[in-house]
Design a protein around this ligand. Structure first.
Ligand code: FES
Length: 102
């Protein structure tokens, strides 16, 4: 199993954290002390929807709740998306709930 770590940067605050290719962006953010909007955490409610500015993701579920047009426009569901490269994600509602680890 690969343990490649990618850097995820949340915009506009520019908080960043490392995320492996097997952990959802939402869980990786939480592990880094950042809170993002979420509810179902399984790709159906769309509470977590945000837009990818740069990078590539893959999904842990076969049918994440996004339309073809939304995917094409760069929207992602961080609760079921995993990074495949460094990412820049628009997440204006992200907030730090724990200090960053040194
Ligand atoms: S938290 Fe429900 S789709 Fe992500």
């Amino acid at each position: 199993m690969s343990t490649t770590i990618h850097t995820v940067t949340l915009l506009p605050g520019a908080e960043s954290f490392g995320a492996d290719e097997h952990t959802s962006i939402l869980r990786a953010a939480e592990a880094a002390g950042l809170d993002l909007p979420s509810s179902c955490r399984n790709g159906t409610c769309r509470t977590c929807i945000c837009r990818l500015r740069a990078g590539q993701v893959a999904y842990l579920v076969e049918w994440p709740g996004l339309s073809f047009d939304e995917k094409r426009e760069g929207y992602i569901l961080p609760c079921v998306a995993v990074p495949r490269s460094d990412l820049e994600v628009e997440a204006p509602l992200a907030r730090r709930v724990r200090p960053a680890e040194p």
